[in-house]
Design a protein around this ligand. Sequence first.
Ligand code: APR
Length: 234
Amino acid sequence: MPSSIVILTGAGISAESGISTFRDPDGIWAKVDYREVATPQGFAADPARVHAFYNWRRKNVLSVEPNAAHLALARLESAFPGDVLLVTQNVDSLHERAGSRNLIHMHGQHDQALCNACGKRSAWAGEMSLESPCPACRGVGHMRPDVVWFGETPYQMERIQAALAGCDLFLSIGTSGNVYPAAGFVREARSAGARTVELNLEPSQGAGYFDEAEHGPATRVVPRFVERLLQRAP
Ligand code: APR
């Protein structure tokens, strides 16, 4: 019976809530060039285009709800007797809205803003633009979405790596395993002796590193896996 669980989620867990993934045939990167909207260079070249992209995504999330997979993970966190750390690559707020608390947004959150002048972060609900004043320093022209772009360092990596080194169950949900460092977590957990399980619509790029896998929509495979885990819990 595991006593410490680390869960990694990706865009696939939010797909059935109506939020597009990135690399599926109808995914976001099939329609938008990631270099233009998800790199520091793209932001420097055309900040208005980047703000428009995240304003659209921020608004879109407000019109959808957490699904059965998000809810099952929140239940696992509250009912499981051991440690449960949820690390998400997603910048949406669906895990929080489902009730998850022990949660790391390693790629940031688009309902949060970062001021490039004073470095402060602020909760952000509506539209953002270069004209938006920073709620902390009141400076104008420095606000950006608090999202980790390609080429930037993800958040809380030390805490994540410490948890991977000490976990005995690593669960990966709804991620294609294309983007590092997240795609390397399975190997870190594995080398620490953890059992590794993939729950995904299809085998990911890192499928070969998992001890077990269940393929299918997250709203089906995640609640079922959580139910089994909790039934075996003391
Ligand atoms: N249920 C379970 N898995 C699903 C579902 C579903 N309903 N729909 C799609 N998937 C799976 C796909 O098969 C794919 O393996 O989710 C995965 C989504 O992969 P990506 O679109 O590559 O998203 P993700 O892995 O989260 O991307 C990682 O890349 O673009 C950057 O910063 C961005 O955080 C993101 C990172």
